[in-house]
Each structure stands twice: as structure tokens, then as C-alpha cells.
Design a protein around this ligand. Structure first.
Ligand SMILES: [Ca+2]
Ligand SMILES: [Ca+2]
Ligand SMILES: [Ca+2]
Length: 298
């Protein structure tokens, strides 16, 4: 009889299975139990994706690893022929099952590297499928273990800025938190931060000129050089007047020292900001004290 009651044991397959995996088994129910059947992919209505499949005996196999995000279903046409040469064609739709799949997170840049204390740098990331098509969405948490930012993915990429708060070699970690259909992944990257250069300035000596031997105050500032925008809010400026050195504390980038005057002749003032171990480099300034010149009287 006509082999019209044949079927495929499964019409769906998980994505990402290896090439040549079995989709299902073809079988025919026939009242003539001694009959046997041959299955072939044939041209005709519904044969759109015949080239993507093969038949080996009664097994339908898929030629390449299926990828739901690239192609979620296939249409094929199969012929069952009995020993007598009678045949029937049937159309099947093979569905690809969508699975959550692994991703690859990559820190694509951290710029500028090195950065200096008090300068922000931008970390850019990409998150891609480990294989196959599609575009993971969601966000990536980025941090150096002290400072953190969040990059929102758009078309699989994103970026955010981290501040450089201390000198040294940092390890940046980017953690993709996953989203529907996409598993988590992460990456690390090395980043260097160097100490910021500074400028020490003796801004004024008041009063100047001073009376010879009189008291005066030395005003100083310490600032960070571009690209750092840090305010130096602590530390010490060593001020040397003549042979005496005094450590002067810095508050909000400023410092001052009252000098009790007993000097005569030219006085040179040296101001040296000492810097510190992990933020700021040393810098210094010098000024020569000018005394008021009095015209001699009789
Ligand atoms: Ca996929
Ligand atoms: Ca998927
Ligand atoms: Ca780097």
C-alpha cells in the first residue's frame, strides 16, 4: 500500500549541537509488515532547507551546528518509497530550540593607560556570543576593586569611566551579568596609575617689601598639574628661610608661615612640597626676600 503514514520522531533540535547530529528517526506504519521504506530529501513544495540536512538510513541529520539566533526553523520535504516503488512526499518544519548560551566579555581598551592620580580613564568592553549569531544585551560592572562603574551595552559594546585615586598597577575586572538567553562572563585587564606632578608656588610675602628685621608671612599654594584635577588637602611644605627649615601643613592646597624677622641682608626662601608615596610628586619654588630700602637721614 502507499506509505502515507510515515513520521519523524522529533521535529525539533537544540541549537549548538555538533554538525551531523540526528534530528529524529523516520518510520512508517504500514499494514504490510514485510514492506520496507527508503527515505530521501526531494524537491517540491516546502523543500527550502533540504540542503541543510542529510538522511542516513532512517536518520535525519543536520549538516551544520544549528544556531537559533541565526535561523530558528527549517522547512524540508522528504519522500518515503516502498519496495514496490510507491512513494509519498511529506513536508516537515524543524524547530531549533533556543538555549541560554555562553558569552565572551572583552575589555577592549582602558585609556589613557597609564593615567595619573586625579584623572579619569575610560574602560570599553564588548560582549559577544562565544559562538553563533545574536547580540547580548544588559550591563557590565567594571571596577579596580576600589572604584566601580557600570557600562550599559548597546549593540554589544559599552564603556564607563573610572577615577584614578592612587598610584600603582591595578587589575580592572569587567563582569557581564547576563540577560535572557545569555550567560555571564568576565575579563580582566591591567592598568597603571602614576603619581600626579605638582606645582608649588610662593604666591606672596606680606608685607613685601618688609621692614628690615620685621615679621612677615609667606603664602604658598600647591596644585596638581593637568591632567590631574586632584586637590592636595594634606601633606607638608618644607620652608627654608636662611638656615632654618620649618614643616608647614597644607590645607586645601594652601599653606602659610609667619616668619619672625631678625634677618639682615638678602634672604632666600625655599618652599618644597614633599609629595607622598602614592599620589603626588614633589615640587618646589624659591623667592628672594626684598627689604624696604630706607633713604638715609641726617
Ligand atoms: Ca545561538
Ligand atoms: Ca540562544
Ligand atoms: Ca591596560
Amino acid at each position: 500500500m502507499l506509505p502515507n503514514r510515515y513520521q519523524l520522531s522529533s521535529t525539533s533540535i537544540n541549537e549548538n549541537v555538533s554538525a551531523n547530529s540526528t534530528v529524529g528517526t523516520l518510520s512508517t506504519t504500514d499494514s504490510n509488515s514485510s514492506d520496507s521504506f527508503t527515505y530521501t530529501l526531494v524537491a517540491g513544495t516546502g523543500d527550502t532547507d533540504n540542503n541543510a540536512f542529510g538522511i542516513s538510513g532512517s536518520l535525519l541529520t543536520i549538516n551544520s551546528s544549528p544556531d537559533y539566533e541565526a535561523k530558528s526553523s527549517y522547512s524540508i520535504r522528504i519522500r518515503s518509497t516502498d519496495l514496490g516503488g510507491l512513494y509519498t512526499d511529506k513536508q516537515f518544519t524543524i524547530q531549533v530550540n533556543d538555549l541560554s548560551e555562553s558569552t565572551t566579555t572583552t575589555i577592549t581598551s582602558d585609556a589613557p593607560d597609564p593615567s595619573v592620580v586625579g584623572q579619569n580613564y575610560t574602560v570599553s568592553v564588548s560582549v559577544a556570543p562565544s559562538s553563533g549569531a545574536g547580540m547580548p544585551s544588559g550591563s557590565v560592572q567594571i571596577g579596580d576593586s576600589v572604584n566601580f562603574c557600570t557600562a550599559t551595552l548597546s549593540a554589544g559594546t559599552g564603556s564607563c569611566s573610572l577615577p584614578s585615586t592612587s598610584a600603582g598597577t591595578k587589575t580592572i575586572t569587567a563582569n557581564y551579568s547576563g540577560s535572557t538567553g545569555w550567560l555571564t562572563s568576565s575579563d580582566t585587564e591591567s592598568h597603571s596609575v602614576t603619581k600626579a606632578d605638582t606645582t608649588t608656588t610662593i604666591t606672596s610675602i606680606t608685607p613685601e617689601p618688609s621692614e628690615l628685621g620685621g615679621d612677615y608671612t609667606i603664602y604658598m599654594t600647591v596644585t596638581t598639574n593637568s591632567p590631574s584635577t586632584s586637590l592636595i588637602s594634606s601633606g607638608t611644605i618644607n620652608v627654608t628661610v636662611g638656615t632654618t627649615t620649618t614643616g608647614v601643613p597644607i590645607t586645601d592646597g594652601q599653606a602659610s608661615l609667619l616668619v619672625t624677622g631678625n634677618s639682615t641682608g638678602t634672604v632666600t626662601i625655599f618652599a618644597t612640597y614633599l609629595g607622598d608615596a602614592s599620589h603626588f610628586n614633589t615640587s618646589s619654588d624659591t623667592e628672594t626676600m626684598r627689604w624696604k630700602i630706607h633713604s638715609s637721614r641726617r
